[in-house]
Design a protein around this ligand. Structure first.
Ligand code: RUB
Length: 314
């Protein structure tokens, strides 16, 4: 029997944020679809499509989830066994893409970090941290200022990771960003999605940091694998910003008062605030987002029917 329990468990872990961060989510979904494909006895297309839909409906903002599923769902084959082998191979390719891209971005991004720099980061981006850790391992004497990233405090994960590497780290509240910006040489953040016009969607608060960085003329760098670029935005679609439960922000006694509590998980940083996007294929200005979507992800502007989803997943 096709193991839908596995798919449901993965979906639950993503929804409750046990597994979080755009690249970890994408990798986890690829692993799950790979294992799921092995369990399908018949009706391969139908079962894969159903599993994809369950996984797709977990968190709406990170395009890495869409790109991972889409990549695997481009499997080919004459019969179910061939399709299974193709899907498994594609899942493995995607996992390899995640792992190698992170390392490559670390190497490319570290070249932009100078000895003695103070770097500010927000939330917990494994890709942004790859740059910081690589620079430190190269012997650069750097320091990090990390925001706590309310309401889920992903900043605590960041400081734990950095301290484990021996990197001098300071934790600040999100509202202290402008206060400390004068001490900062560079901001590095990760990405959930990059749109065709070069805007960045990342953890709520990122755009405020970008604004402060621009005011203080501090370079603002984004670490983003090419699977974080959104093909759908090329066809006019807007990125959905996830809004999470009020309970993450306020205690019951406050919610009980009848006050409206809003909890958007991400925000949009316009491209004018971004100096550089470091991808695994190079360090590019945000204006080059379309080139990545066209050359790397294979979507282009064409007259006629627009088809943005994979063969088996409409
Ligand atoms: C995580 C977040 C991260 C990006 C990039 O949000 O905004 O900056 O996902 O992470 P959440 P990575 O905690 O809500 O998932 O570089 O690890 O892909």
């Amino acid at each position: 029997m096709a193991n839908f329990k596995l798919v449901e468990e993965t979906a639950k872990k993503i929804i409750n944020m046990e597994v979080r961060g755009a690249s970890r989510i994408a990798r986890f979904v690829a692993e799950t679809l790979k294992e799921f494909a092995k369990t399908i006895e018949k009706n391969f297309d139908e079962n894969m499509k159903k599993a994809s839909e369950i996984l797709m409906n977990t968190r709406p903002t990170a395009v890495s989830l869409f790109n991972a599923i889409n990549y695997i769902m481009m499997y080919e084959g004459g019969d179910d066994e061939e399709k299974r082998q193709s899907a498994i191979r594609r899942a493995e390719e995607f996992i390899e893409w995640v792992d190698t891209a992170k390392q490559k971005i670390g190497e490319i991004g570290a070249k932009r970090i100078k000895d003695g720099w103070v770097i500010m980061t927000h939330c917990n981006s494994s890709t942004a941290l790859s740059i910081i850790k690589t620079a430190f391992k190269q012997g650069k004497n750097i320091e990090v200022i990390a925001t706590e990233s309310r309401p889920r405090y992903q900043g605590h994960l960041t400081v734990k990771e950095l301290v484990a590497e021996g990197i001098p780290t300071t934790l600040i509240v999100d509202s202290a960003v402008r206060y400390f910006m004068k001490d900062v040489d560079c901001v590095i953040v990760g990405a959930d999605t990059i749109t065709v016009n070069g805007a960045l969607i990342n953890k709520i608060g990122t755009s405020q940091i970008a604004l402060c960085a621009k005011e203080a003329r501090v370079p603002f760098m984004v670490a983003a694998e090419t699977y974080k670029f959104s093909p759908a935005t090329l066809f006019g679609e807007l990125v959905v910003i996830e809004e999470r439960d009020a309970k993450e922000v306020a205690p019951e006694e406050i919610i009980k008062l009848g006050v409206k509590v809003r909890n958007p998980a991400f925000d949009v940083t316009p491209r004018d605030y971004i100096d550089l996007i470091v991808t695994e294929i190079g360090a590019i200005p945000p204006e080059m987002a379309y080139v990545v979507i066209r050359e790397r992800l294979g979507y282009k502007l064409e007259m006629g029917e627009i088809r943005i989803s994979a063969k088996h997943f409409d």
